[in-house]
Each structure stands twice: as C-alpha cells, then as structure tokens.
Ligand binder design. Structure first.
Ligand code: GAP
Length: 524
C-alpha cells in the first residue's frame, strides 16, 4: 500500500536528489562553485542525452521537411551586429552601491507605502482626499517571487509608523524597478541593505566576449553565441543549395549557448552556460504565418506530453502586441508550472523575414528564394520554436519527483522516493538483479540477460544488498522496470523472470521475448 506525500520543499528535494544520485553537480564544486554553471553527472548526462535524442528524432529524423545542422559556437562578430545582439541583447542592471549586489531591474519590485481612510478604497481615490506626503510612510522592495504583492504588503506592515501619518495602511501596488522615476530611485531601499543605495538601471549586454587569435585588441573581439538560432540563418543559403529542401521546411540544431545572466537562479532554470534546441521553419512570404505558428505551438505541447510532462502543468502565454519587436508578428510562450512559479519553458516566435533580411543587408549576399509559380524572388518568413534543454530537464525532475509512504505486508512504513520518468527518457531502462550473488546459476542467467539487453538499451546490473533496497535505488533514478532472476527462473519451466514495475510496484512473471517486446514498444 502507498500514499503520496508532498515534500516540504520540492526544489530542495530535487537539488538534493540531483546531487545524491549523480544527475547535476555544481560546476567546479571543490573550488566553491561558479555561479550559473553546472555539471551533469552519470545519470544526468544520460537523461539529458535522451531528451536531446527524443527531440532530434521527432523534430528532424522522423520528419521529411526538417534538416539538422551544427554550427560553430564562435561566429563572425558581424553576425551579432546584424542580428541586433551587439546593440540590444541586454538586461537592465541595478547595482547596490554599498553591498555591491547586482539585480535585474525587471526582477526587483518595490511599492510606495501609503495610508488612506480605509483599506478597500482604490489608492487613487483615497489619494485625492489626502495630502499625499502626510500619508506616505516610505518605500519597500523585494526580489520577484511567486507572490510579490503579499511579500511587499507584509514588508509594508512591518514598517514603523511615523506619528504624523494618518489613516489605514493601503494595499501596496508593486512595480518593477524599470518603472521607478529618478526621484523614486533615490528613495527605494536596496533589498541588501534596507537603505536607498541603488543606482538607476543601465543596459548590460549579456554576451560573453573573447578574442580570436594572438591579438587582444578591438579587431579580434568575438562572442560566445547567446543563441543557436543565428547559425540557421547564416547557413540558410548553404542548406538551400545542398539540402534538397523546398518551402515550407525547417533547419534545426541543438547546442550550447552562453549568456552572462545578471541573476542566474533557480538551479538550472536560468544559467550562464546552457543548451538550446531550436528550429527555424521557413515559409513562403504569402503563406498563412498564423496557421504555422499555431501548428508549432501545438507540436511543442504534444512533444512535452510525449516525454511525460503533465498537461496540468502546461499553459500558453501570448506576448502583448505592444511589447513585441517591430518585425515580430506574434510570440507565444509555453509556460510550465515549476516549484517556484509558472515560467517560460518554450518560446514560439513568428519573426517575419527580419533575420534573413538583416543578414542579406549586412553581408551583401542575397537570401532570396526563387518562386517558380510567380517567377518572383522573395525572402522567406520564419516561425521559430526555441527551447532550453536544461529547462526541460528541470521541468522533468520537478514533475516526476514523488515521495510516498509505503507499508509492507509486515506493517512497516517507509518513505519511497521515486522519479516517475517516462521510459523514453529514463537514464536506465531496466535493472537486472540476481536474487542472490553467490548462487552460480542465478548469476550466470542474470549476466546472460544483462549482456543481451546492454546491446540495445542502457541497463544496470546490481547484485548488492537486499532486493527491496535495490528496487529503491532504481526508483530514485527513475528506472521503469527491474527484472529479478530468482529460483523459479532456473528451477521451473519457461525461463521466466520477475518483472517489477516502478510506479505501481506490481510484479509479474515475464519471458525474455516478452521483456524485449515491452522495451521495443515503450522506448522509442
Ligand atoms: N532564438 C530565440 C531565443 O533564444 P529565448 O527566449 O531567449 O529565445 C529560448 O531562449 C529558450 O532558451 C527559453 O525559452 C529557455 O527555455 C531557454 N533559455 C534562455 N535563457 C536561458 C538561460 N539563461 N538558462 C537556461 N535556459 C535558457
């Protein structure tokens, strides 16, 4: 019998499991770590590879209209001038002059603490009746969290009321630091010191710079790519000329991207070195971009379900028209319910023909395609689904992690930690366990099965400790099935094993043929 329980702090539980079971380590941990960088351990690298392979197989290999490429991480610096990254790939940065802490202005929230005649009145209406200065107690600030209004309200309630201040505390109206006037900037407290020590926001370019070659002057400046997408645009003509592709078609790639994030946070959610999986889907300029945009939003959502993410955690967010770049026709983010709130997982942008046109203008090389039907040349438009592999990895860990109270036949209860990973992505597909390690026949049969399985599937041989303990170890790394070679295997007819299923913990007898058929069906 089992009952599911909620861990007290899901994020802490995931980070701890990730370390304990070899999924994710802090980078350079023995030197104290480096903020925003992570290493993937033996289990993590398998899970990540499986996620990447599933995406690649479904996005590229199983389709006739998409081809893959792999472009270099360091590209000609003019690529990033043409794409707009040199001038505009920045976040608003705020410094605390005293503590030297840095904040992203759009993640730093503040509110004016005001008193009015009653708490239900709208602040504007109340303000009209009162002398504002008499009723302003000061300012509060906090870093963005899931319930920033409540955080700021509670900070406001904690402020000491001055004698002359009249009325009842009004509900706070949170705003981010980019919305503060010059006067407000001088009054908003720094979250680090509690005093108004913050600088006005300034643009901070997030690209990592390096130098190519022996010279380290302006002429040798280059950048680590902040996205993989530009590789697809820059190689567009090469693919058209060599790839036997016809519109509509896509070019996809996976690979590392680098962003000098001001505030890397939430484990691997926002890091400085991460992996992207992006696809540029090129369409005719007269084609119905909205139809293709919807098509790719649906495709991405279905794909997330196919790797085992729960539909209940997935939603859509349409970027506001007035906040879109001038060339953008529309952007929809697929949002995911992470332990720290609902956040962007996958962005699907309809970018018109902006990128190819920019590169055509900057390089002087036409990016047009000839349309046989109209006998006209045109620059194709693009729909871009762009996702972070590490972010999907975190979504998987967060939604597949479970703790259960399990009671055995003797009435003993213990906590079982289990990762309910889909067999498609589980690092180990099946564990082979001889019941006893000193019974030659059991070991020989187990080894034979293990050797055969290993040729096709990642599997694990474990003969140490009680079988129950071995099951628990596999539960924690998300192995969908364990196969135990027991006395019935060698003594009874039929050469069957005990197959134990991870989620239900049910057991049944199975033959080798049936085991391979099960794996063939579930692991694809
Ligand atoms: N080419 C478009 C592009 O790069 P983006 O929204 O900046 O768009 C796409 O990034 C995806 O990459 C995001 O939806 C997210 O999944 C992932 N991503 C972006 N920045 C990241 C970071 N610092 N750490 C981890 N993943 C990140």
């Amino acid at each position: 019998m089992s009952t599911q329980t909620e861990p007290a702090n899901l994020m802490e539980a995931i980070v701890s499991l990730a370390k304990r079971r070899g999924f994710v380590f802090q980078s350079s941990e023995i030197y104290g770590g480096l903020n925003g960088f992570f290493d993937y351990g033996p289990m993590g690298v398998e899970l990540k590879k499986n996620l990447r392979d599933c995406w690649w197989n479904d996005m590229v290999r199983r389709r006739d209209d998409i081809v893959g490429i792999e472009t270099s991480i360091i590209m000609h610096p003019k690529v990033w001038e043409a794409s707009g990254h040199v001038a505009g790939f920045s976040d608003p940065l705020v410094d605390c002059k005293v503590s030297k802490t840095r904040y992203r202005a759009d993640q730093l929230f503040w509110a004016k603490v005001e008193f009015g005649t009653n708490t239900t009145s709208a602040p504007d209406a109340v303000a009209a009746h009162l002398n504002a200065n008499d009723n302003v107690l000061g300012y509060v600030s906090a870093l963005e969290d899931e319930n920033i209004t409540a955080t700021l309200q509670s900070a406001a309630e904690g402020m000491k009321r001055k004698k002359h201040v009249q009325g009842i505390l009004l509900p706070v109206q949170p705003r981010d630091f980019t919305e503060a006037t010059a006067d407000e900037v001088t009054q908003i407290p720094s979250p680090a010191t509690g005093n108004p020590d913050l600088t006005p926001p300034r643009a901070f370019n997030m690209m990592f710079q390096t130098n190519v070659g022996a010279m380290t002057d302006a002429s040798s400046v280059a950048y680590l790519r902040p996205e993989t997408a530009q590789g697809m645009f820059v190689d567009f003509k090469n693919v058209v000329d060599t790839g036997r592709v016809k519109l509509p078609f896509g070019i996809a790639q996976t690979g590392k991207s680098f962003r000098n994030e001001i505030t890397p946070r939430n484990f691997i959610f926002r890091s400085r070195e991460f992996e992207q999986m992006e696809m540029e889907f090129f369409i005719h300029e007269d084609d119905d971009w909205a139809k293709w945009h919807r098509y790719w939003i649906n495709w991405c959502k279905d794909w997330l379900l196919s790797i085992g993410l729960p539909a209940s955690h997935i939603s859509e967010y349409d970027h506001l028209k007035e906040k879109l770049a001038f060339y953008s026709k529309g952007t929809t983010d697929i949002m995911f319910k992470f332990p720290f709130g609902v956040q962007e997982l996958w962005g699907i942008a309809a970018r018109g023909n902006y990128d190819l046109t920019q590169h055509a203008n900057a390089s002087g090389k036409s990016q047009e395609i000839f349309d046989e039907a109209t006998k006209k040349k045109f620059v194709p438009h693009v729909i871009e689904p762009a996702v972070g592999l590490d972010r999907i990895f975190l979504a998987v860990l967060a939604s597949c992690y479970a703790e259960e109270q399990v009671t055995d036949e003797k009435g003993n209860t213990e906590t079982r930690t289990v990762l309910r990973l889909s067999p498609r992505i589980a690092p180990v597909k099946v564990a082979v366990l001889p019941l006893l390690k000193n019974k030659e026949q059991l070991v020989a049969r187990a080894q034979a099965l293990y050797t055969k399985l290993k040729r096709k599937y990642p599997c694990f041989y474990d003969d140490s400790g009680a079988v129950g303990r071995r099951y628990r170890r596999q539960d924690e790394i998300g192995t969908p099935w364990c196969v135990t070679i027991d006395f019935d295997t060698i003594e009874k007819e039929g050469d069957t094993f005990t197959l134990r299923e991870r989620d239900s913990m049910t057991q049944k007898r199975i033959t080798e043929t049936e085991l391979f058929a099960l794996l063939e069906e579930q692991v694809y």
